[in-house]
Design a protein around this ligand. Sequence first.
Ligand code: NAD
Length: 261
Amino acid sequence: MYDISATPLPSTVRLDLSGRSALVTGAASGIGKACAERLARAGASVAVLDINGDAVRQVAAGFGGKAIEVDLSDPAALDDLDIEADIVVNNAGLQHVAPVEEFPPERFSQIVRVMLEAPFRLVQKAIPGMYERGWGRIINISSVHGLVASEYKSAYVAAKHGLEGLSKVIALEGGPRGVTSNCICPAYVRTPLVEGQISDQARRHGIPESEVIEKIMLTEPAIKRLVEPEEVAEMAAFLCSPAASFINGASLTIDGGATVH
Ligand SMILES: NC(=O)c1ccc[n+]([C@@H]2O[C@H](COP(=O)([O-])OP(=O)(O)OC[C@H]3O[C@@H](n4cnc5c(N)ncnc54)[C@H](O)[C@@H]3O)[C@@H](O)[C@H]2O)c1
């Protein structure tokens, strides 16, 4: 009943982004890496940003892009950045699993800085250029946890709900000036971030690690599998296509029906 093997992706959206530039955060790994590679394949010149310098330089080298090593939890480091991009994919994220009464406040603050404040600061820097050119795409990698909550993830759920609100405001301000802003809300995606949660989830829920995917991660989706990073990247690519020009302020789930209960 539970298929946890990787799912082959069908053919991809036809897209020509030559002449466009993109910035993808958290692109050293997982979803960010898949988005950066997809946009580069469509012809965009892509800058990839991550705290993990070695890994992000390797990703950039794969398609001749630019690598930026920055800690997005550091507002001063963001102040020094010069951002010029037609497409911004706010993707960098991290997780911490603990009940509210045990949640370290500094960790809460760090997660909100990386996953909510940094997207605001990056968009603030990029959007004047988008307005000048009359075209821009802000793509926020949110989560089903931008729409619903789970126990033990207070910072992550709060940051993602905040990102949903930020995206909607940018959509209203940017829409008349050619800039759309949308959220993509996946359920559990097969990435290192999810693999890193398995032991924590097992401990918190009192079950063996081998049962976490089936008993915690796949209980809600009607389709019993993990999402592949390339499926999220394909949605990001679609949002940059002419066919998606009227999609604005939306929260697009890729969750196998998890949030329709
Ligand atoms: N994996 C999932 O199941 C899932 C589901 C829904 C949403 N998401 C979201 O997708 C995004 C990417 O997640 P992923 O699963 O690919 O994770 P990942 O751990 O594979 O990648 C996250 C990247 O963000 C980078 N990063 C973390 N802190 C940073 C900081 N302070 N400054 C700069 N870069 C930093 C990491 O170095 C890493 O390369 C996250 O926002 C996550 O919340 C993931």
